[in-house]
Design a protein around this ligand. Structure first.
Ligand SMILES: [Zn+2]
Ligand SMILES: [Zn+2]
Length: 423
C-alpha cells in the first residue's frame, strides 16, 4: 500500500468500500462482501477467528462468522448480526450512483445499504478494533455474523443458521440485530418484528363478451374480494389514525400485484372478460395476532369458495417460539441484558426511545424462535428513515457516533457476568 492509500484507510473509507460492493438482489455479490469482511477480521489489529459456513452447498449462500474469545467461554455468548444483502436500487432515480458511496460536502454517505444494514456490519468491526486497541478483554465470547438473503425472507440464510449445530455450539445468550433510523435524537430499539405473509387470491369464472353484464365473472369476484380486503385494511388503519396504536401494532395488508386478462397496448382490443384473475397481498401480522383469526378471514371473506375463489398463504418464518410464546423480547427487569444495554447507551450520552415493535421484519425472528432474547438496534439518531428508498444515506458523524455506541455496548455486555437466566 502506498502512504496515500494507508492514510485513506479509515473507518469511513472502510464503510464506503463495503457499500461499494453490490450485494443487491437479484444477484448479490456475496463472495466479494465476505472476502472484504474476512480481510478486515484477519488483519493484525482485529485478529478475530473466522469461519465461513455453507448450509446450501449447491447455492452461493455463505455465512461469515467472526469470534472474539472471552476469558470465560463457558458463559453464554453475545451475537451481533447483520445481513449481507440489500434491496435493489434504481440508479436513474438517485442523486448519486447507489453503489458509489459518495460522501457529499454535508457528510452524507449515499449508498444502497447505508442504513439497511451495512452501517452496523462495519460499526461492529470498528468498535471491536477500538476495544482491542485499548487492550479491552471480554469475559464473554463475542460473535459477529453476516448472513445472506434477509431481504428475501432468509430461508437459505438465518433460518438455516439457527437450526445448525454450529449455531447451537455458540451457546448464544443475547443478540443484537438491525433496527431502524430515528428522525429524533433518541435511538430506537425494537423488541419484536411483525410476521410477513404473502397471500395470493385467485378467482375463476366464465369468460364472456366485453359488453355483457353477467354474474360470477372472474373479475367481478376478484373485485369483490379487493373491496373486502380494503375494508379490513381501513379498519386497521383507522386504529392508527385514531392514535390508539402504532403502525407496527396493527395488521397491515397491501395489494402488491394484480394479474388478469390480456392488456391491450393500443386500447382497441378490450372486448374479452377473462376467465381467471388473481391478486397478491403483503400481510404483516403483529407478534400477538392469532394466526387462525387471519386464516379464517382469508378463507371466509377474502377468498370464499362460494365466489369461486381459491387462495394460497405463504407464511414466512415462525410465529411462536419453541415454547409456544409470541416472539417478544422482554424490555424490563425479567431480561437481565436489558438494563445492561440501556446503561451502555446512556454511558456514551445516548438516549433511548420507548421500545417498539418493528413494522417490518428481520432475521431476529428466527433467533427469537429459539427463545433467545434479541433486540433490533441500529444507532442512527437525527436521521431520516430511508431504508428501501431512493437516495438512502447515512451522515458520517452519525456513523462514527455509532461506533462509539457499540464500543460501549460490546464492552458492557461482554463484561456482564451475572444472571444468565431469561424467562
Ligand atoms: Zn435490513
Ligand atoms: Zn431491508
Amino acid at each position: 500500500q502506498t502512504q496515500e492509500q494507508q492514510q485513506q484507510d479509515t473507518p469511513i473509507t472502510r464503510f464506503q468500500r463495503y457499500l461499494q460492493i453490490n450485494t443487491a438482489h437479484p444477484n448479490p455479490d456475496y463472495s466479494s462482501a465476505i472476502s472484504f469482511l474476512k480481510t478486515q477480521a484477519e488483519a493484525p489489529n482485529l485478529n478475530l477467528q473466522v469461519q465461513t459456513l455453507h448450509f446450501t452447498p449447491d447455492k452461493d449462500k455463505p455465512i461469515l462468522l467472526l469470534t472474539w474469545l472471552g476469558s470465560n467461554p463457558s458463559l453464554p455468548s453475545l451475537l451481533f448480526n447483520s445481513h449481507l444483502d440489500s434491496v435493489p436500487a434504481e440508479p436513474s432515480k438517485w442523486s448519486h450512483p447507489p453503489f458509489s458511496a459518495v460522501r457529499s460536502s454535508d457528510g452524507h454517505i449515499y449508498a444502497r445499504g447505508a442504513q439497511d444494514d451495512k452501517c452496523i456490519a462495519i460499526q461492529y468491526l470498528e468498535a471491536i478494533r477500538n476495544l482491542k486497541a485499548k487492550h479491552f478483554s471480554p469475559i464473554r465470547t463475542i460473535h459477529v455474523s453476516y448472513v445472506p438473503d434477509e431481504e428475501i425472507g432468509g430461508p437459505d440464510g438465518a433460518a438455516k443458521f439457527v437450526e445448525s449445530k454450529e449455531f447451537k455450539d455458540l451457546n448464544v445468550g443475547f443478540v443484537l440485530d438491525e433496527g431502524q433510523a430515528s428522525p429524533g435524537d433518541e435511538f430506537r430499539v425494537f423488541y419484536a418484528d411483525r410476521t410477513p405473509w404473502n397471500v395470493i387470491i385467485k378467482s375463476k369464472g366464465a369468460p364472456g363478451h366485453g359488453s355483457r353484464l353477467y354474474d360470477n365473472s372472474a373479475m367481478e369476484n376478484l373485485m369483490k374480494s379487493i373491496e373486502v380486503v380494503s375494508r379490513f385494511r381501513e379498519s386497521q388503519f383507522d386504529v392508527v389514525k385514531a392514535g390508539k396504536a402504532a403502525f407496527s401494532e396493527v395488521i397491515s395488508v397491501n395489494p402488491v400485484y394484480v394479474k388478469a386478462g390480456i392488456p391491450s397496448p393500443t386500447g382497441f382490443v378490450m372486448n374479452m372478460q377473462p376467465s381467471e384473475a388473481e391478486a397478491g397481498f403483503n400481510v404483516r401480522l403483529t407478534p400477538t395476532t392469532d394466526p387462525d383469526f387471519v386464516r379464517r378471514r382469508i378463507a371466509e371473506e377474502w377468498a370464499p369458495e362460494t365466489r369461486n375463489m381459491t387462495y394460497q398463504i405463504k407464511e414466512n418464518g415462525p410465529i411462536r417460539d419453541c415454547k409456544g410464546r409470541p416472539l417478544l423480547t422482554p424490555t424490563n427487569n425479567s431480561n437481565p441484558w436489558w438494563s445492561v444495554f440501556q446503561q451502555a447507551i446512556t454511558a456514551v450520552g445516548g438516549k433511548l426511545a420507548k421500545p417498539e415493535i418493528l413494522a417490518s421484519t428481520t432475521d431476529a425472528r428466527f433467533i427469537r424462535q429459539l427463545g433467545i432474547p434479541v433486540l433490533g438496534f441500529s444507532p442512527m439518531a437525527n436521521t431520516p428513515i430511508l431504508l428501501h428508498e431512493h437516495d438512502e444515506f447515512l451522515k458520517d458523524t452519525v456513523y462514527l457516533k455509532g461506533i462509539e455506541v457499540y464500543e460501549s455496548i460490546i464492552s458492557s455486555l461482554s463484561s456482564f457476568e451475572d444472571n444468565d437466566h431469561v424467562d
